[in-house]
Design a protein around this ligand. Structure first.
Ligand code: ADP
Length: 168
């Protein structure tokens, strides 16, 4: 999952070291798909400079959702959460780049949209915690666990030439 890349810089005519690139699992939840916010959410990660490594629309089974949210199984809202998440298709993605787990969470905003700052996805587009549009992994460990769960065929590890304009 973590690789140290090097690349040939087009202008400096030398080979530079890239920082280790981490991955995160980002998902547009059923309310985000229903409201036509898939493109908006993809756009924010793309224009930030992160690299798309996998993308799939799917109707997850309750079993998959229960596995995904296993850490919340004892919460009173768990059954409601599973119902919400299985109420329609979702769009799952793997995004790659420097500090993408933490920065991705910042871009999503606080779990409760009433606490999410304007400028974040949740802060800009929703109000209730039970319909908060999107999911983002909370650590590199959960990211790799979630990617393994949702993308059993794996992600695409492609080399992006554009990286030399994003990373120093
Ligand atoms: P996050 O999605 O920001 O990592 P959590 O892991 O704590 O947050 O919760 C997972 C999801 O469960 C939230 O995104 C939200 O959809 C839902 N959720 C969290 N708290 C509540 C609550 N009090 N009532 C209903 N749904 C909740």
């Amino acid at each position: 999952p973590f690789q140290l890349d090097s690349y040939h810089h087009p202008f400096l005519n030398s080979t530079l070291k890239m920082s280790a690139q981490e991955r995160t699992y980002i998902m547009v939840k059923p309310d985000g798909v229903e409201r036509g916010l898939v493109g908006e959410i993809i756009k924010r990660f793309e224009t930030k400079g992160y690299q798309l490594s996998a993308l799939e629309m799917m109707s997850p089974s309750k079993e998959l959702l229960e596995q995904h949210y296993i850490d919340l199984a004892s919460k009173p809202f768990f059954p409601k959460l599973i119902n919400y998440m299985s109420s329609g298709p979702v769009v799952g993605m793997v995004w790659k780049g420097k500090d993408v787990v933490k920065t991705g969470r910042k871009m999503l905003g606080a779990t409760n949209p009433l606490d999410s700052l304007p400028g974040t996805i949740r802060g800009d587009y929703c109000i209730d915690v039970s319909q908060n549009l999107c999911h983002g992994s909370d650590s590199t460990e959960s990211a790799e666990r979630e990617i393994g769960l949702w993308f059993t065929r794996g992600a695409i590890d492609w080399k992006r030439k554009y990286d030399s304009f994003i990373y120093e």
